[in-house]
Design a protein around this ligand. Structure first.
Ligand code: TXA
Ligand code: MG
Length: 322
């Protein structure tokens, strides 16, 4: 594994690795991705192996040019044009009927493909130089915390990737919002870095699709995910009482005057801004995972704007420990 600064020269080296069927972890504005040539089934298969990810969980294809969308997906719904012209490049993934050129392994046998144009110049440059859409999940081991800087990737995937491009901290900090778009309808599959409010201001009301274990190809089909190695629960009176004699790592939403004697404490956004909180969420969980504590207690946030994505990740992270 090589950890390289994301200079022009190193992006070009990384693109050669992608072209040869290798694995490159690269920065995006949401989280770091673990990328491979998305039209090469063998290269894409390596992603599942590296992450230890179940092969029924499909990958997102990352593109740099809008023309590429027409090469890999079919679409008619005029709302798609509105959405991508407004929000791409950016933290929005759309799920559309796939074209034949997209390998089955990328879509996990689904007739649809997930596509996103990331809002990060290193990612866009890498895709352009590679000359193919890049298939990439978040660059973490399956079920563990998503990476928002290059060191997080080193920690989890050190010997599993050819190159990690270091492009600093991801500005958004939670994964993209995923919409499934049919000819008539738009469904929210995963809340993420683009808020539902912003989406609805362009296309009107969007329905949320609820997932079930019986339909394993939807995102979030697994009841737990994004979990730190130390148990995580929501901070409430009951949990505070239960763990009062234990070493608590607390993650608070904003500054408060209340004094608690936590072993470790982080504040997601001192002024209570959900954007800042989302950007810090995974980084603080990665930090606390390394501390000598018994439990992580995290304060719930309001479910509006980016609060939806934050609470979605935290519910899945805490489910593992119920
Ligand atoms: O922000 C992001 O989306 C990051 C960066 C790297 O772009 N990527 C990411 O990938 O979060 P991943 O694999 O960790 O999450 C992608 C989700 C999965 O839950 C998967 O089930 C869903 O997208 N997905 C992919 N293709 C799909 C499809 N055809 N239909 C429904 N869901 C799909
Ligand atoms: Mg992921």
């Amino acid at each position: 594994m090589q950890l390289l600064e994301a200079t022009d020269k190193n992006i070009a080296i990384a693109a050669e690795v992608i072209k040869r069927g290798g694995l490159v972890s690269f920065p995006t504005e949401t989280v770091y991705g673990l990328g491979a040539d998305g039209l090469n089934p063998i290269a894409s298969a390596k992603i599942f192996e590296a992450k230890n990810r179940p092969s029924f969980n499909p990958l997102i294809l990352h593109i740099a040019l809008i023309e590429t969308l027409n090469e890999i997906a079919e679409w008619k719904n005029p709302n798609i044009e509105k959405l991508v012209s407004k929000f791409w490049p950016g933290p929005l993934t759309i799920v559309l009927p796939k074209k034949k050129i997209v390998p089955e392994i990328v879509t996990a046998g689904n007739p649809t493909v997930a596509v996103r144009m990331p809002g990060h110049k290193v990612a866009l440059e890498l895709i352009k130089l590679s000359g193919c859409p890049i298939a990439a999940p978040s660059a973490n081991r399956f079920g563990q915390l998503s990476p928002t800087d290059a060191q997080h990737v080193v920690k989890q995937l050190k010997n599993k990737v050819d190159i990690i491009l270091n492009g600093g901290k991801s500005a958004v900090g939670v994964e993209s919002t995923i919409l499934e778009i049919t000819d008539e309808k738009i469904y929210l599959l995963r809340p993420g870095g683009l808020t539902l409010e912003e989406i609805e201001s362009v296309v009107g009301k969007v329905e949320t699709k609820v997932h079930s274990a019986a339909k394993p190809n939807s995102p979030g089909q697994l009841p737990f995910h994004y979990s730190p190695l130390i148990p995580l629960k929501f901070l409430n009176e009951e949990n505070l009482d239960e763990y009062k004699n234990k070493k608590i790592g607390a993650i608070l939403f904003k500054n408060s005057s209340e004094k608690n004697n936590f072993a470790v404490e982080r504040v997601l956004s001192p002024k209570g801004d959900l954007r800042e909180a989302a950007a810090n969420l995974f980084a603080y969980l990665h930090e606390l995972e390394k501390e000598n504590i018994d439990i992580i207690l995290i304060e719930p946030v309001e479910e509006t704007g980016l609060g939806r994505a934050i609470m979605d990740r935290l519910r899945k992270a805490s489910n593992k420990f119920i």
